[in-house]
Design a protein. Structure first.
Lengths: 125, 203
């Protein structure tokens, strides 16, 4: 039990430190932030490129800036919120839980990510 | 013990008795649990009497009145009080025979004589986690194509669970977890080792 509390405390401290770092430091202005390895080796953007700048923008209240850096990142936050909601209300709304976890819905998400991956390299989004 | 119910033609379950309390069970809600030959009205299931009376006492009076008026065939009545305890491993499948509404109102017990639908063993173990949330976060935060692969495996977990049971689903669940962990490790290694290598090379 105490071990569990320690783990949760460490996770919470890390999360707060992470958020504060990304709130006060612009990832595009400092070299200490990790660079995308996929972009470095292939020259192509990955689905997550721009997420760090998007986090910085979101934490400073600039939603539209965040969307311009990486639109799918902002959308993914909403998707994750829906899935967390589905998990929490699993017993109350079993049909909804089954729907969002069905193969069809998840494959649609997958298709969306792959399409985004291709399109952003084609149109340089 | 788990119950299934039909509300407005939709089958829901499995649910505990506690969860059933939140579902507004009326005396004429169809209920099924392992061990029962067929769906039955909630008022005929001994285990659920307290839940029904909590929800609508007037309905009980009313439907009991119509029942005595319409039927006196006591044959069916004996099988009506279904003990749920002797749980043989059955699960209601979607196409299990449910009497049509109109028929049910005239002859409430005719459904009990219809043959039992194709039985399927109950899966007692809960569905393994599909790790989808982690896979999505890794895809958009870690720049790893492995995250996409993890989503592919996550997609299979719940569907496999309902189709072929726990063991099949567990395989996919494990693979999505392994891919998630692998991509996190890979990202930490590459982010920390790559600058270190460049630094060493410059010495």
């Amino acid at each position: 039990m105490t071990r569990r509390i320690i783990i949760i405390a460490i996770a919470a401290i890390l999360a707060v430190a992470f958020l504060l770092t990304y709130m006060f430091f612009d990832p595009s202005a400092y070299d200490i932030f990790p660079k995308c390895q996929f972009l470095m080796f292939t020259g192509w953007k990955c689905p997550g490129c721009g997420s760090q700048r998007a986090i910085h923008a979101l934490l400073n209240g600039q939603v539209w800036e965040a969307v311009k850096f990486n639109a799918i990142f902002v959308l993914s936050l909403a998707i994750v919120a829906v899935y967390v909601y589905g998990e929490v209300t699993k017993c109350k709304h079993p049909a909804f839980y089954r729907l969002i976890n069905s193969r069809t819905v998840i494959y649609s998400l997958l298709a969306m990510y792959i399409a985004w991956w291709i399109l952003r390299n084609v149109f340089n989004w | 013990m788990k119950f299934w119910i039909r509300i407005n033609g939709l089958q829901e379950g499995p649910m505990d008795k506690e969860q059933l309390k939140a579902q507004n069970i009326t005396p004429t809600t169809y209920v099924w649990c392992a061990g029962m030959k067929d769906w039955a009205y909630a008022r005929d299931v001994a285990d659920l009497q307290d839940i029904i009376s909590a929800n609508g006492e007037n309905d009980v009076q009313e439907s009991l009145a119509t029942e005595t008026a319409v039927t006196s065939e006591t044959d069916a009545d004996t099988s009506a009080e279904q003990p749920c305890e002797n749980a043989a491993a059955y699960e209601p499948v979607a196409e299990s025979p449910v009497p049509q509404e109109e028929q049910a109102q005239n002859e409430p017990y005719i459904a009990l004589e219809t043959p039992v639908a194709e039985a399927k063993p109950v899966e007692e173990r809960p569905c393994p986690p599909n790790n989808l949330i982690w896979a999505i976060l890794i895809t958009i935060l870690c720049c790893q194509p492995l995250g996409i692969l993890a989503i592919v495996f996550s997609a299979q977990v719940n569907s496999k669970y309902y189709e072929s049971g726990y063991d099949a689903a567990k395989k996919y669940s494990d693979w999505s977890a392994i891919l998630c962990i692998a991509s996190v490790v890979l990202v930490i290694l590459s982010v920390s080792l790559f600058p270190a290598l460049i630094f060493l090379a410059s010495l």
